[in-house]
Design a protein around this ligand. Structure first.
Ligand code: ACM
Length: 506
């Protein structure tokens, strides 16, 4: 009980406990059969145990009840001879099974391990999350991660009771989703001729082609896997900036006569989409197509870091500025934001954008991902917009984990460091935010930008244990570093069984 992570939020009292052996008989409403099947698959894989879904609660060792009056992600666990689970939804059952597995030996997270019996101490708790948006962002543009790796990452974030995966699907350095009507986005835009070696500032590059992309079938596989783990995938198509891979494929959407390649540098390319009607129409078509692959997901339309120097120099862009009465070229970005947001909202999607869109009018209903600072989240909430907190000062996991010179090269040099202790100290809802606006804070997410993360092991290293600390904060049950540390140490034994190449605590 003591090492369940995230820590349960509400009361617990010692009861008589139980010992489970294979086969485990589970009685659950038929509606919840998929969650029982996932639990069975997890136990079969880890310790070769059998879980049988039986109809009659009499004789079951785990009994499940659905209580639709409960918080939608809530669950209670009572272990007193029999394990009784009461859950608010299928997600709640998935969390309850997850917490139960954490009550057992770490081998339950491994593969093909031996386990005779599984003793669970007596306990009784009710749990529900403090925030409904508990996310992890993953940049698959700077480095492409295949379907299997993303599915594994989904398993890992689900194990921490996060519920959203934000996939950053395009950038200057690569376009990662197949669009049938615009095939060059992937035939050209998904591959770059090389990548920086060491830090971008060293200005050394290899000439190894890097790339890859997801087909519609791949996306369907990712979505199915995510749904099984109660993770919602939010795709991001980041336009009109971060568009050099698009322009390598379709130069007509840019402002330069220079022939562009998919960028082999890290940083922000100043080549952005032009503001011609055909280009706006292209952006809308592509974003809406991607949205159609994710029918019930919020769609992230990017909107960060869009240089406007090409627009300032372009007579065509200046004419569009004049038409709209704009005084600054940067205001042109609002044409993209409002067009994409309006189209997506009309098709029933929620819309998320990076906080730079606050610099112009924002379509009502847009959710702001506050990355430049927590203050941007406060500004958005004050404007009546919902917010996902993602401040780079603490929730960017691409920065150094410590000041040890042996840390792998990361995006920013020393002294910029984010330790797991720093992450554990985060306050999601800014204390200075007026309480009447707290409801605008939907939750938070950590970001894994991958300029400097090329392999699965390195992804693990940057994500864990900082993500473990984040998970407990965003669940709403963080305590103190001293109380958390021994639980984290025990939790890392599970991650080791899972095969996670986490960064050691010391
Ligand atoms: C960002 O880090 N450019 C959102």
């Amino acid at each position: 009980m003591s090492s369940v992570l995230p820590r349960p939020r509400f009361s617990e009292s010692p009861l008589s406990g139980t010992t489970l052996t294979s086969p485990i008989l589970v009685a659950a409403p038929s509606l919840l059969a998929p969650e029982v099947a996932t639990f069975a698959a997890d136990l079969a894989r880890s310790v070769g145990w059998v879980v049988e879904d039986i109809a009659d609660p009499e004789g079951a060792c785990i009994r499940v009840q659905l209580d639709e009056g409960m918080h939608p992600e809530g669950f209670s666990i009572q272990v007193a001879g029999i394990v009784d689970l009461v859950v608010g939804s299928a997600a709640g059952l998935s969390y309850a099974f997850g917490a139960l597995r954490q009550m057992g030996p770490a081998v339950l997270f491994g593969v093909a391990q031996e386990l005779e019996s599984w003793t669970i101490e007596g306990f009784n708790f009710y749990d529900e999350p403090a925030y409904e948006w508990r996310g992890c962002h993953l940049d698959v543009s700077r480095h492409f991660f295949d379907v299997a790796t993303v599915c594994r990452h989904i398993d890992l974030i689900a194990l921490h009771r996060l519920n959203r995966l934000h996939l950053h699907l395009n950038d200057d350095q690569g376009w990662r989703v197949e669009i049938p009507r615009w095939p060059r986005l992937t035939s050209v835009g998904a591959y770059r001729a090389g990548s920086p070696i060491g830090h971008e500032n060293d200005d050394v590059r290899d000439s190894v082609v890097h790339g890859g992309f997801y087909t519609a079938d791949d996306i369907a596989t990712l979505r199915r896997h995510a749904a099984k783990r109660h993770i919602q995938i939010m795709p991001e198509i980041d336009l009109p900036g971060h568009a050099q891979a698009v322009l390598a494929a379709y130069p007509q959407f840019g402002s330069t006569t220079e022939s562009l390649e998919v960028w082999t540098h890290w940083g922000i390319s100043h080549h952005v989409l032009n503001v011609e009607p055909a280009t706006l129409a292209f952006a809308e078509e592509v974003v809406c197509y991607v949205a159609s692959l994710f029918p019930d997901s919020p769609i992230h339309i990017g909107g960060d870091e869009c240089p406007s120097d090409e627009w300032a120099e372009s007579p065509a862009a200046r004419a569009v500025m004049a038409d709209h009465g704009f005084t600054e070229p940067a205001q042109l970005q609002g044409l993209y934001t409002s067009r994409l947001a309006t189209a997506l909202l009309a098709s029933g999607h929620e819309v998320v954008a990076w906080d730079e869109v606050l610099d112009a009018d924002v379509v009502e209903g847009t959710i702001i991902a506050a990355w430049r600072s927590a203050e941007k989240g406060i500004e958005a909430a004050a404007r009546g917009l919902d917010v996902i907190m993602a401040p780079e000062q603490v929730l960017y996991l691409d920065v150094l984990s410590s000041d040890d010179p042996a840390e792998p090269v990361a995006i920013s040099p020393l002294p910029r460091v984010t330790t797991w202790q720093d992450v554990y100290g985060v306050t999601i809802t800014p204390p200075s935010l007026d309480t009447s606006l707290h409801h605008h804070i939907r939750g938070a997410q950590v970001q894994l930008w991958t300029e400097y993360i090329a392999t699965r092991d390195h992804l693990d290293y940057m994500a864990f244990p900082r993500l473990c600390a984040f998970a407990e904060v965003v669940w709403g049950s963080a305590t103190s570093i001293e109380e958390f540390r021994p639980r984290l140490e025990e939790h890392l034994l599970r991650l080791r069984e899972f095969g996670v190449a986490f960064r050691p605590l010391n």
